[in-house]
Design a protein around this ligand. Structure first.
Ligand code: DX5
Ligand code: ZN
Length: 227
């Protein structure tokens, strides 16, 4: 089975928004694969972050691939504003979308990549009937809502199971489709090799980057060691 190239998606959630443009310049210089934009509604998760207006403002200044992670109730009502704000990938939580097939179809119809996120407690069976519509599966490796939390080690087995589910799916279809396995929460120099060994292909990194004191240097080190 072919392997996906390891990608890095930097989450700006814990960055200092007063200085965001300076930090973005450093992130852009480090040539990451994606910019991870966490959208929290204070309802599905106990925190509030940014909305489409902020995403649109960043879009005007950035050419990065925008990886929008919707942690909101009723994500289907928020698709158009985020499509219009310049997202390249929209990921919705399976737990929030009873008509997941329709939601993913709408994202794909708009020409974007579509992702499904699963909380640590959500079983993989939630996604098995919609793998054909998915470009990426986001496994939460912490409970969503905040940056800076500790990686949940039992998620390693879930990553392995997902990897084999995706490989079996590709074999059954007799075609290789590069469905990415993204991991989000508590990813740093210690946990990156573990999740990559289990089968992850996209590392979301937030506080590890923002707390490093040297955004460009830290990302370069991660890229050199793990990609
Ligand atoms: C958590 C968010 C994450 C978060 C990651 O709900 O979805 O993207 O910003 O931050 P770290 O890397 O600090 O866990
Ligand atoms: Zn996220």
């Amino acid at each position: 089975m072919r392997k996906n190239k390891v990608k890095i998606s930097v989450s700006i959630t814990d960055f200092d928004f007063f200085d965001l443009s300076k930090q973005l310049i450093q992130i852009e210089k480090a040539e990451i694969d994606m910019l991870h934009l966490d959208i929290m509604d204070g309802n599905y998760v106990p925190n509030i972050s940014i909305g489409p207006h902020v995403v649109k403002s960043i879009r005007r200044k950035s050419k990065l691939f925008f990886d929008v992670h919707l942690m909101v109730k009723k994500p289907e009502t928020m698709l158009v504003p985020f499509i219009d704000s310049g997202a390249d990938l929209i990921t919705v939580h399976a737990e929030t979308s009873p008509h997941l097939h329709r939601t993913l179809s709408e994202i794909k119809k708009a020409g974007l990549k579509a992702g499904i996120a699963l909380n640590p407690s959500t079983p993989l069976s939630y996604i098995e009937n919609v793998l054909d519509l998915s470009d990426l599966i986001l496994l939460m490796t912490v409970n969503p809502g905040f940056g800076g939390q500790k990686f949940i080690p039992s998620m390693l087995n879930k990553i392995r199971k997902l990897k084999s589910m995706i490989d079996n799916h590709a074999q059954a279809q007799d075609k290789y489709k590069a469905i990415e396995i993204q991991v989000d929460g508590g990813i740093n120099e210690e946990t990156a090799p573990l999740v990559l060994g289990a089968g992850a292909s996209v590392l979301v990194m937030g506080s590890a980057v923002s707390n490093s004191g040297d955004i460009h240097g830290y990302i370069s080190k991660i890229k050199k060691n793990f990609t």
